[in-house]
Design a protein around this ligand. Sequence first.
Ligand code: ATP
Ligand code: MG
Length: 364
Amino acid sequence: MAISEQQAEQIRNALAHITDPDLDRTFDELKAIHEVKIDGSNVDVYLTLIQPLHFAAEAINTLCRQAIHAIAPDAKVNIFVQEAQAAQQNRILPGVKNLIAVASGKGGVGKSTITANLAAGLAKRGARVGLIDADIHGPSIPAMFGLEGRQLDGEKTEDGKVLLHPLERYGVQVASIGFMLERDQAAILRGPMQAGYFRALVEQVKWDALDYLLFDLPPGTGDIQLTLTQSLPLTGAVIVTTPQDISLSDVRRGIAMFNRVNVDILGVVENMSYYVCPTCGHREDIFSHGGGKNISGELGAPFLGELPLNIKVREGGDEGMPVVINREAPYQSEALMNITRATVAEIRRKNLRSTAAPVVQISL
Ligand SMILES: Nc1ncnc2c1ncn2[C@@H]1O[C@H](COP(=O)(O)OP(=O)(O)OP(=O)(O)O)[C@@H](O)[C@H]1O
Ligand SMILES: [Mg+2]
């Protein structure tokens, strides 16, 4: 049945009042509705949305269809989406939409584990993902992706520059400082040389168009962190911590560093939060769980979720397959996908803050 004028008006109104699931604002407030074409029983909705949409697309699609079908149950709905343009173009890596640093104040808290799983989780969701392992002291991404001992292939361009190709595994493009150095050579490099290798990873590696480029950083606040934050427009940083007090005071230092260089903190992930006994299912809060949530509240940084201490997480790292894509580890995978989803929601919020304001025409 053809949609009446009155129904068309109601549909436009209902769409305008949909609240974006991540941004807590209506489509009207976000100027998200570009056009709604209604013809007979067809409804074509053209939306302009803040990227990245790897999780939000599904929810927004459902919300739009529900709103339309509540008014016109037989409507044939098509939804077309274009991404809102970022205010600031990233000139060094123009094809990369979101640059995310994963950092921690202290070593060994699971930064590389979280980065590897975020990357594989995003790729599982259909995103184009790159991962730079910038941990000069102990690059662990090659092992976590089963790429140990590999080198990056290069090609010479006409003007004599060398371009390197990242290695691909589980849909993630990976470049590690470990692919450029002999084993144990990394640890003896001095600060300026470390930064040089890091620059090569960013500038010489030929990254395809990417939705996300993740950086696994060395612990602390050294040269690499400084080079990264000064040379690239980061979307934001994810801070990994464990619940112990000492680790949390390191988190404060890490966050303070990013604040000083004006990089947004996307949020805090608490790793090794608790332990679940595989035989009896009893949960043990080994390091007094909840510290990550407390510190995120105290510092006004979002809490992105927690990952329990679990053998399958470590085995995934050792065996070269991030646990998030292991079908035999559904609980671990779900915890990590929840962290990934929360991170993407925060990236969208950040991108909303830095999206060019829509042009407003004023007639005088
Ligand atoms: N939730 C977890 N459950 C079990 N083991 C874990 C968990 N998270 C990390 N691990 C293990 O702990 C060790 C340290 O983790 P990881 O290498 O990710 O830490 P890191 O912060 O990157 O360390 P570094 O500071 O040396 O770079 C690894 O062996 C990893 O497999
Ligand atoms: Mg690491």
